[in-house]
Design a protein around this ligand. Structure first.
Ligand SMILES: [Fe+2]
Length: 341
């Protein structure tokens, strides 16, 4: 039995052996059938087996399977019919178990005292900053054409419009209200506090309107690497082990202020008026979550070796996916420049 087949014991469910050349398109059809009204349990099981096999092949290096598994996982993650919500969440949770088996290996990993662990985490985040990415240099240190700014902002909307839902999901993982409240306080701000028209998605929407960027997103047409980026965020905050979600949100939050300020400065250079710039002015001058408060929550859990390992695995995976995603956007941006030359 091959290594791949041995690893298919997942979540108490034995998967059928993958035959060479098994058509991956079966997974989409089986999934659609399993989510129809009246689908029986065996249809759900057949669908999840096909999806998990696709996931396994994708993570083992098969590009077509990777693209399909990201599409199917995004379909499970996006809001759909409430009737299918429990099934979709359960199926997604089974995919997470396969992904866990492919979590980044951390050779020579050793647990550290909590204060030193924070130094390691912050050093990893600093080393992986987007600031040095060539697309960032082009946008924030160069004189990018409007077309490139618009392209960047369109994808910014795709990944940011529902940030609040990540906070809500992670808050739900904490039973003690004093822990969950770290995220609830932030959700209050995300929702615009006492002024719904000041909700952060509403503020960002003003910028999209200014640049004539549609608010509706055609998720099916997104690049697999963008789907992977979106899926990983949702996976981390829904994962039953909170180390995944805490690492993801800490990584996002600790660079949020700097990243948004750079965008705000770009908007200023482009003479974008105050109302459409408000989202970036706000986020460029304050942390979404008080990162110290968030670290205090992390520090309560951090003494354990398994927590620290999982936290670092989450960081490494997030940054690997983030880099692949930004490389893809940069390539596409340059391709547009050539087309328009
Ligand atoms: Fe926000």
């Amino acid at each position: 039995m091959s290594k791949v087949h041995k690893e298919q014991e997942t979540g108490g469910m034995a998967l059928h052996a993958v035959q060479a050349g098994t058509p991956t398109q079966d997974a989409a059809g089986l999934l659609a059938a399993a989510l129809k009204p009246g689908a029986d349990y065996s249809q759900v099981v057949n669908a999840v087996e096909a999806v998990l096999q696709c996931t396994q092949r994708g993570l083992a290096g098969d590009a077509a399977s990777y693209a399909q598994y990201q599409s199917l996982l995004l379909e499970l993650h996006l809001p759909g019919e409430p009737r299918t919500e429990p099934t979709r969440r359960w199926m997604a949770s089974q995919i997470y178990l396969v992904e866990d088996k492919f979590a980044p290996e951390l050779p020579n990993f050793t647990a550290l005292p909590v204060d030193q662990f924070r130094e390691r985490v912050d050093a990893e985040i600093a080393a992986r900053t987007r600031v040095k990415h060539p697309m960032s240099v082009h946008l924030f240190e160069g004189t990018p054409p409007l077309r490139d700014v618009r392209f960047f902002l369109q994808h910014h909307w795709t990944r940011s419009y529902n940030f609040y839902s990540l906070l809500a999901e992670l808050a739900f993982r904490f039973e003690a209200i004093e822990d969950a409240s770290v995220f609830y306080r932030n959700l209050y701000g995300e929702a615009g506090a006492e002024s719904p028209d000041r909700s952060h998605p509403a503020l960002l929407a003003h910028l999209m309107t200014y640049f004539d960027i549609p608010l509706s997103i055609d998720f099916a047409r997104l690049d697999p690497l963008e789907k992977a980026y979106l899926n990983n965020r949702i996976r981390c905050v829904r994962h039953t082990d909170v180390a995944w979600g805490l690492a993801l949100l800490y990584a996002v939050e600790s660079v949020s202020c700097v990243n948004h300020r750079r965008i705000y400065e770009l908007l200023q250079r482009l003479d974008v008026p105050a109302e459409p710039s408000e989202f970036h002015r706000l986020h460029g001058t304050q942390d979404e979550i008080d990162t110290e408060e968030m670290w205090n929550l992390i520090a309560k859990l951090a003494p354990g070796e398994s927590f620290q390992r999982m936290f670092m695995q989450s960081l490494v995976r997030h940054f690997d996916i983030n880099k692949a995603y930004f490389d893809m956007l940069w390539q596409e941006m340059q391709g547009q420049a050539i087309q328009n030359a």
